[in-house]
Design a protein around this ligand. Sequence first.
Ligand code: MSP
Length: 648
Amino acid sequence: MGKNTFYVTTPIYYVNDKPHIGHAYTTILADVLARFHRLLGEPTFFLTGTDEHGQKVQKAAAEKNMTPQQQCDDTVVRFQELWQRLGITNDKFIRTTQDFHKKVVQQVLQDLLERDLIYKADYTGWYCVPDERFYTEKDLVDGKCPECGREVTAIVESNYFFRMSRYQQWLIEYIETHPEFIQPAFRANETLGFLKRPLNDLCISRPKSRLNWGIELPFDTDYVCYVWFDALINYISGVGYLQDDAEFNKWWPASYHLIGKDILTTHTVYWPTMLKAMNVELPKTIFAHGWWLSGRDKMSKSLGNVVNPMDMIDRYGVDAFRYFLLSEMTMGNDASFTENAFVLRYNSDLANDLGNLLSRVLKMTMRANNGLVPPPGEFSVEENEVFAALQQAVCATSDSVKEMRLDIGIAAVLEAVRAGNRYLEKTAPWSLAKQGNVEKLNTVLYVSSELLRQVSVLLYPVMPEKMGELRDAIGLSRELDVNIRDLTCGGNVMTGKVMHEIEPLFMRIKIDDVVPATPVAKAEKPAKAGQNAKPAAVQEVELITIDQFFKTKLAAAKILEAVKVENSDKLIKMQIDLGTEKRQIVSGIAQYYTPEELVGKNIVVVANLVPAKIRGVESKGMLLAAKAGKNLRLVTVDGDIEPGANVG
Ligand code: MSP
């Protein structure tokens, strides 16, 4: 239909426990996307909420001697409070126990029954209580739940089924012909892999004798609806489906359902077939992100390593937390969370680079000109370098939103901030003041304040509070008054603005104050000669912590194309597949490999390097190779592996 509206959803969260970092991540991601699209002037709707029915919630309530409704009412507040603290700008918060939602689910069920798309039959299955999922015998892995590996319980009962199997072929074709439907692309392959086996009909009821906490089936009061069938419908009931056609047509189909990788099948198999049966258009994109790990381990209550977002906010502030989550995770892949990594990034990006730039510009403008930003003089090479870095940041930011790689956009903005710091070092405004070079001094004051203005816009969706403070300090309105598309360096917006000094935007954190979340390896006693003595070169290198190592994102990649760079006998330009994206990298390996030898190799690349130009050719990443004297060999992966797989 070519609408310019933007509708984004998060999964609705179970209310059996308090929110954790995974919930916070998806919700912040949705918030940042929603804020970006609002800044682009697009009508935007952002839906989040809670999934309140089903066995998990009933069990949590029973353990606390509460009714399920009390359990929901108590826990939902934890989510709502967290979203408020995190500055989440959802337009609606849906609870599946709300009457309007229950009515829509019942109408859908009734309609599907009347159209013979739901039927009753006896069923023998295996049930995983924690996951609330039924499996057939052949789904089980070693007799256990294929998803979580826990014990399953055999169940024989009469139930209602949705004729999901009918849509298998259609779904395969849909996924194959709509590459944007499941992202990143390797997740679409996962779903297609799942669809290679015959698709069963979906059991959509639970007898009340076993589970009564759910939406009652409108045609059989002995049953409640399966929690996933109820929950998925929130995405349409939340925007007026079967209640307000105008509202529904305004927002549907959703632009993005953001989900974690573990709920891919329910979203990319159950949900599209349900919509097809209901004759409702499919959402444009289902985007599955990876998981936050604690160091290298899965976060789990039993390991006691689950990160509580409230603790992090209390210690480091909301915006720093939002910034870390978005800049640290390569969208689509898993990421490692440790407090040390958090502090390192905070200190380097926020306290050092951005915070310092702001305080230098404020101080300089206060002393030199009483805070007033003067009109600039002529621009020369140094100024143009700053503007080029800004231009690059603006383009990278808007691409990063389109391509769902917010980490890349943020990195480019920080690169512009660093260019600003270098500019101040190079132009040395204090010497200019002493020399009485007013024209150049004015230019420096102007250009550095313009840089801060644009950075405040580009980082606003990620750090709305802090960017508001920054804007206020440089004489602008806290709220944004500009469409991101209109960000240009012309127009002298900053001339005449009056700055005032503020406390540091980001206080440096003393690393000694942080208790490492992952133990740092203790230095070993030197080995005696002959006893596993390490080569001298290895012994002498400076030791780093595991967190420092984790800052380098190593990933497996497949070389798709390779050609020599013109006028260079060292450089080869390669197109590589990184799973979530295709990239170009340039490397000085032409003396060791021919382009033909390279194609098809599974190499290892540093995936989080700031893009660079080598002989004018863009390179987004670096491959790894071992070099000894005149010999160079690429680091490759031993056998086939999904492109984008983490190396570490
Ligand atoms: N209620 C269902 C979703 C229904 S949507 C129609 C559900 N809820 S949940 O509360 O268990 O999980 C919600 C989300 O949290 C999932 O997307 C899951 O992937 C995500 N995460 C849980 N642990 C996570 C991490 N450690 N890291 C990132 N996200 C993770 O599933």
